[in-house]
Design a protein around this ligand. Structure first.
Ligand code: HEM
Length: 186
């Protein structure tokens, strides 16, 4: 994955736990990189190893780390670094989710070697939809849960996310039921 992903993991850990804890996590993961370069590609193993080591050092399940990372990705990495892309993708949570299938094609203009996930939406109602997540990678469903929670916070729209069909349990792909209430009046 592009270095920006590992850099974002670092930022999240340092923000909540400080630099020395991050150094312990990197050492435990056996990752000998001083500075991650955002637009260089790194093996996916680096990211998985960092998440695994963070889980051990912080004593928190890896799923929980990935959920937190999804929120951090939306609220910090994406909003602060790529605000224009985020704003262009929708003014409300449902609008953003309906545009999600096209989102990474824009990201790929900045990062040409991107191996992005694929999203599809179905079963729309005023208050919900089903989000289909297809990935080249394994184990990242909790990251998607965190991303949805982050988007809910970004739009001020309370959201619930339920993994309805799991690839890890033999389904073709992960399917999430995403339900929201209207944003509180400004
Ligand atoms: C401007 C904001 C965003 C940028 C710059 C971005 C960029 C990236 C990058 C660089 C990766 C790693 C893949 C690779 O390096 O090959 C990635 C993966 C991923 N992104 Fe985004 N992304 C953004 C927003 C989002 C949003 C809003 C969502 C969903 C709500 C999302 C969902 C994912 C998921 C689930 C992955 C995991 C990869 C996989 O399943 O294979 N991203 N993205």
């Amino acid at each position: 994955m592009y270095g920006m992903v590992n850099k974002a993991v670092e930022e999240m850990v340092v923000m909540h736990h400080g630099e020395p804890v991050w150094e312990r996590i990197k050492a435990k993961a056996g990752v000998d990189v001083d500075v991650f370069m955002s637009n260089e590609s790194y093996s996916d193993d680096v990211t998985y190893d960092l998440v695994g080591a963070a889980s051990e050092v912080l004593g928190v399940p890896a799923e929980q780390i990935l959920i937190g990372f999804g929120e951090h990705w939306v609220l910090h990495t994406a909003q602060e670094g790529y605000g224009g892309l985020m704003i262009a993708a929708g003014k409300t949570l449902p609008e953003f989710l309906k545009n999600l299938p096209n989102f990474h094609s824009r990201v790929a203009m900045i990062f040409p070697k991107l191996r992005p996930p694929r999203f599809e939406c179905s079963d729309f109602t005023d208050r919900s939809l089903r989000l289909h997540y297809f990935s080249h990678r394994v184990g990242l469903a909790p990251f998607v849960v965190g991303l949805m929670q982050g988007l809910g916070k970004m739009f001020g729209t309370p959201v619930t996310v339920r993994l309805a069909e799991a690839k890890a349990a033999g389904a073709d792909h992960d399917v999430f039921d995403v339900t929201w209430t209207s944003a509180p009046a400004a």
